[in-house]
Design a protein around this ligand. Sequence first.
Ligand code: GLN
Ligand code: ZN
Length: 764
Amino acid sequence: MQKISIIGYPRIGIRRDLKKLTEGYFNGKISKEELLKDSAELRRQQWLLQKSKGIDFIPSNDFSFYDTFLDTAFLLGIVPERYRELGLDSLDTYFAAAKGYQVQNLDVKALPMKKWFNTNYHYLVPTISDECEFKLSSSKLLDEYKEALDAGISTKPVIIGPLTFLKLSNIGDNEKKYFDYSHPVIGAYRQLFQKLNELGVELVQIDEPALVTDLSPEDIFCFTDMYNSLLAEKGRVKVLLQTYFGDIRDIYRQVMLLDFDAIGLDFVEGQKNMDLIEEYGFPKNMLLFAGVVSGKNIWINNYRKTLEKLTHLEKYVNRENIVINASCSLLHVPYTVKNETQLEERFKKQLAFAEEKLEELKVLAELWSADNYVQDNRYVRNSENIAEKLESREYLNEAVRDRVTRLMENDFIRQPVFEERIKIQKEGLKLPIFPTTTIGSFPQTAEVRNLRKAYKTGELTKEQYNEKIRDMIAKIVRIQEKIGLDVLVHGEYERNDMVEYFGENLSGFLFTQNGWVQSYGTRGVKPPIIFGDVKRLKPISIDYIAYAQSLTDRPVKGMLTGPVTILNWSFPREDLSLSEITYQIALAIRQEVKDLEAKGIRIIQIDEAALREKLPLRREDWHKEYLIWAIKAFRLVHADVRPQTQIHTHMCYSEFKDIIGEIEKMDADVITFEAAKSDLSLLDVLKESNFKPEVGPGIYDIHSPRVPGKEEISEMLLKMTGKLDNNKLWVNPDCGLKTRGMEETIPSLENMVSAVKDLRREKE
Ligand code: GLN
Ligand code: ZN
């Protein structure tokens, strides 16, 4: 029978067990021994599940306490001195690098985070420099392999490959390029290969998603050079080069000449891989791990189409050499539909999460081996389900479809132009120089979570719940006034999540109870599913925000989530184009903007935290489509506000430098960025490009619990004022504060405001 494989499995635990364990450990509630023991059990359960589903190539080392990229850095000995010299054991050193370390007088920041390709997963970015040791330095991969053997399972260890590792790391020395480190890094990989041989590992999976991005001749040379050297030492271990998130058009031919035993190609996002095989053929004795079951969407696989794909592949690749694979790690989907007891059956039968995808792989293998699969029950049922969704009119909203079709260029253009309206806004708002503000949410304390729970379980009526939320709003407004912030927020207490909350008030969205997906470290998100046409069902946050404004003379900034972010942090439907879905959402949020304005809200922030997320991985594809409609969708949301109304937007985590022109075209009045953790080179780019809107590059990093000192903030301010037009500079934390506690939030903001006040005095 056809063999089946997956690239990786979610690791947070079916009930977010790992989050509870690690956080329990961080809070001192459980011991290190318990953490290690219970997480081992978690891994064992998952291996056994995969085995029971008949997966032939079960991955190991896809588990991580925080992030597999960081694991790789530790494996290769790339651990900055500042963490090593804390004198902690290896696990605690690892956690220090992951989330920072602030104990007594010790204070070390976490590594920065970046988005992992076009997903909402964030990896920790190590810095590579001459100071690094480059030697096999962690036994995690080997230990987990042995652990699986003890459970009776021979696994395929998974590791991030050297090209991806180097290209996605920071290079500490400006004079150097990543490929200056290719030899030392390969040295460490070779040590690993030796160990794999000693252990008798049969197959190792090396992930090189960097191959699906634009590659320069240097990249290609470096890749070939590194793998020539590595593969010469592979010994008895077979090597699977695994790629995902796209096609490998820039390097296909070179890859096929190398001594890999198997290659994993993505046929879901990487349609072009098929063309490459057709054009250049496929080596006779190589295995093809064919990624045909999407590791990113949550919809059932279309068996007919997949089997057609496989059959087509068979023209070029021997059937015995084809392994049916997921298209990428299942990390990006929730655990199982079985956990969704509140979803109706008619929805459930359209969905496949990680566990269901295991089943799909198995069924596909069986169907493909069957003589006449079209008569197989499972095939028939699958076709019926697919047809049912396509033909259903229940989620069709003619009016919405019509409105989108009738959009005119004018609907996307705000009047008057920025230079004129910013003057009007400055006169109206009368803010001091360097206005201080926050990004929106305040800590979601136990009090807030309990409130929400009580409301959900019916302990609190809607009115009682509302009353409590209003109390919290009143409290946080007073706190912000006391801290001395200039532009206040209502705190977002009514929101569990910035996308889910909006989705709940829009038609066409479905929600899961347990559909958690890891976003970074211990943080999970529960993306909604866009099932049908989108329309605003009722006003969303208007009352809360208006209430906050009624309590203070300072402007309260209304908070909305933008359409591109709502799209990117949901699982989209696949029967409508992404641009159409996004325009539908934009029209819904536009109503919310108008309502806020009508209630006297003078500043409205439309968050586009995830603007970049679905940006194509290849530059030539950026402006073909994605950026065009993404920017237009944002403009559609705010194009018809009055000149007096100031539109803010906020973006986090990702690189902006290369799309700064596009960001300007969003035509917001003020943009707050995450820049505290990444370097401040963004500021140079803003300066060079004469960036028009006002900006608030985050002054401190909110992703770790440390309190930035006033001096630290003053230093940052100094750097920023040195680089940017001081009349355009806002001061704010780099993201929302919801994941933080009040105990660190208040002193942090006090330090921020106090540093700004000093600066204002100096400037007078
Ligand atoms: N307004 C949101 C908040 O403050 C923005 C969150 C984000 O950018 N991720 O939480
Ligand atoms: Zn943010």
